[in-house]
Ligand binder design. Structure first.
Ligand SMILES: Nc1nc2c(ncn2[C@@H]2O[C@H](COP(=O)(O)OP(=O)(O)OP(=O)(O)O)[C@@H](O)[C@H]2O)c(=O)[nH]1
Ligand SMILES: [Mg+2]
Length: 326
């Protein structure tokens, strides 16, 4: 135990020991972390606490996911991936969710119009991707549920308003995310605070407004090396197809189709897997029996020829058709 820890640390540690739920534990651990002075002598302790934060956050995520705890703000994942829209007030987050999903969140010309998370499903080719509209990322103090929601996301859509200074918006988002120990993957700047690494896509909205082109170019030159950036107008419907493609790409998933022996492939309801998944992962996702009994598989798509026999370790690609043989 390093010396010279301030009284706040011990106070928080006491709270930690008394905490019952994983959420309370995370909160106390974060208070401990921010009370520790940063120097070499405290490196180990900080690393230990960060790993505990990660552990208890996961635990609370799992609890929510299995539905043992009812939380009005928990957004159940649906479809091929969950994308959460992060941005400052009035960026157009609600407008985008209204434009590309069946949901109708409140769109308004005054800031802080969104109070609660609103999910909607976006169609992309033969799959659906979940978009979640949330309140502005600043002022998150009033929203204790936001950290958990963001930490569980598959992808963060960082939205900036192209009619305003984009750098201020980007830096503010990074600061707020950093407070939650979330690092958007691609971000070069590094601090010790990161615990959660999240895929991210930057979206410049209001591309229809005069002067937005200039702001978009500036955004590209400042952040283009770190993130993919897409320009859209949620209001006018510009760039939305490109955005959908980019969201799909960034989710890093593949669609694999099942085929029963002697039948045609089911091209309508693909199985969604992480990029890099194998035949074995595919079998497992379908049924645990398949996985255990699998003798071999035949592949149409990324094989050398159609119907090629492939091993359990074969890595699948988007659009592959697989017939499992037991
Ligand atoms: N010109 C233009 N206006 C837009 C566009 N997208 C949104 N707006 C306008 O910007 C304002 C804010 O839109 P919202 O979708 O409510 O913004 P928000 O990011 O959800 O705002 P908060 O909920 O406060 O965080 C509204 O007046 C929209 O009509 C766009 O692409 N072009
Ligand atoms: Mg809104």
């Amino acid at each position: 135990m390093p010396a010279n820890l301030p009284p706040e640390y011990f106070q928080a540690e006491k709270t930690y020991r008394q905490a019952k739920t994983p959420e309370e534990k995370v909160e106390a651990l974060e208070a401990m972390l921010s009370a520790i002075p940063k120097h070499k002598g405290t490196d180990k302790l900080r690393a230990l606490l960060r790993s505990k934060v990660a552990k208890f956050s996961e635990e609370s995520q799992r609890k929510l996911a299995t539905g043992r705890r009812v939380d009005a703000y928990y957004v159940k994942k649906e479809g091929a991936g969950q994308v959460i829209l992060v941005g400052l007030p009035n960026a157009g987050k609600s407008q985008l969710v209204a434009a590309v999903t069946e949901a109708s969140p409140n769109v308004a010309d005054y800031p802080y119009s969104t109070q609660n998370p609103t999910p909607g499903m976006m169609n992309f080719e033969n799959i659906q991707i979940q978009l979640v509209d949330i309140p502005p990322i600043i002022d998150r103090g009033a929203r204790p549920w936001l950290p958990n929601l963001l930490r569980g996301a598959d992808l963060l859509l960082l939205m900036v308003d192209l009619s305003q200074d984009t750098k201020i918006q980007m830096e503010t988002m990074f600061e707020e995310l950093e407070k939650l120990r979330i690092k958007p993957i691609g971000r070069k700047e590094s601090t010790e605070q990161w615990v959660y690494h999240k895929k991210a896509l930057v979206v410049g909205n209001k591309g229809d407004v005069e002067g937005s082109g200039e702001n978009y170019r500036r955004l590209e030159s400042q952040y283009g090396a770190e993130f993919p950036i897409v320009s859209i107008s949620a209001k006018e419907g510009m760039g939305l197809e490109m955005l959908k493609k980019e969201l799909y790409r960034r989710l890093e998933i593949i669609r694999v189709h099942t085929k029963a022996p002697g039948r045609k492939a089911d091209l309508e309801k693909p199985v969604i897997l992480k990029r890099g998944s194998t035949v074995e992962d595919f079998a497992q996702s379908i049924h645990k029996d398949f996985h255990a009994k699998l003798k071999f598989a035949q592949l149409w798509g990324s094989g050398k020829f159609d119907g090629q026999r492939v091993s359990r370790e074969h890595i699948l690609e988007d659009g592959d058709v697989i017939e499992l043989r037991i």
